[in-house]
Design a protein around this ligand. Structure first.
Ligand SMILES: Cc1cc2nc3c(=O)[nH]c(=O)nc-3n(C[C@H](O)[C@H](O)[C@H](O)COP(=O)(O)O)c2cc1C
Length: 196
């Protein structure tokens, strides 16, 4: 698999970080294309204490990347901006309402929006992990538009029945659900078993 991962400026940078870490260690994944929106950098700094554009990826992974390459959101000439590049799909985690609006309305005005547009037109999986509360009617309408175009709306709504002890564990289990959805079931994923 060869995936595109984007972090945008919604709350929940820890979820994006755990996704990147899971993909780095997953042998079934050959390459990860990572794009952080300009506004996500502010949220990443606020929530994770990781500041600056340079070495952002390395700091998020807490290691040198082995298969993840970062692109600038302004680089609309990157490989993933073209349908000729055979990606296996794209995950936006977390997905802000601004990025949702761009994708739902086909603006293709940044690398993230363009790569998502390409993913939809090529009928590849696009998972939008939206995060906002409460939603206004514009958000709801845009989610419907994106879903009608083929995206999966996968809101950042973590589970509690696995009794997570901290936000990183909560994020890891959420990421397990996202990756299972795209065909990469994870070791260590909590599976609910009703009492017998
Ligand atoms: C600390 C912080 C938290 C934010 N949380 C959210 C959020 O949960 N959802 C959202 O849609 N926007 C949120 N925003 C606002 C977005 O960052 C803002 O709308 C931005 O323009 C989104 O740009 P992007 O989609 O290019 O990343 C937050 C901003 C900050 C600074």
């Amino acid at each position: 698999m060869n995936l595109i991962v984007s972090i945008t400026g919604a709350s929940g940078a820890v979820f994006g970080r755990e996704l990147l870490r899971a993909l780095e260690t997953d042998q079934r994944v050959s390459q990860v294309h990572f794009v952080a929106s300009e506004n996500s950098l502010r949220v990443i700094a606020e929530e994770l204490g990781v500041s600056g554009r340079t070495q952002c990826l390395e700091k998020l992974l807490d290691a040198k990347p082995t298969k993840t390459v970062q692109h600038s959101d302004a680089d609309i000439g990157a490989s993933i901006a073209s349908g000729s590049y055979p990606s296996s799909g794209m995950i936006v985690l977390p997905c802000s309402m601004g990025t949702l609006a761009s994708i739902a309305n086909g603006l293709a005005n940044s690398l993230i929006a363009r790569a998502a547009d390409v993913t939809l037109k090529e009928r590849r999986p696009l998972i939008l992990c939206v995060r906002e509360t409460p939603f206004n009617r514009i958000h709801l309408r845009n989610m419907m538009l994106a879903a009608e175009a083929g995206a999966v709306i996968f809101p950042v709504i973590p589970a509690f029945y696995n009794k997570p002890v901290d936000s990183a564990e909560m994020a890891r289990q959420f990421v397990c659900r996202v990756l299972a959805h795209i065909g990469l079931p994870q070791h260590g994923a909590f599976v609910w078993k009703a009492e017998e």
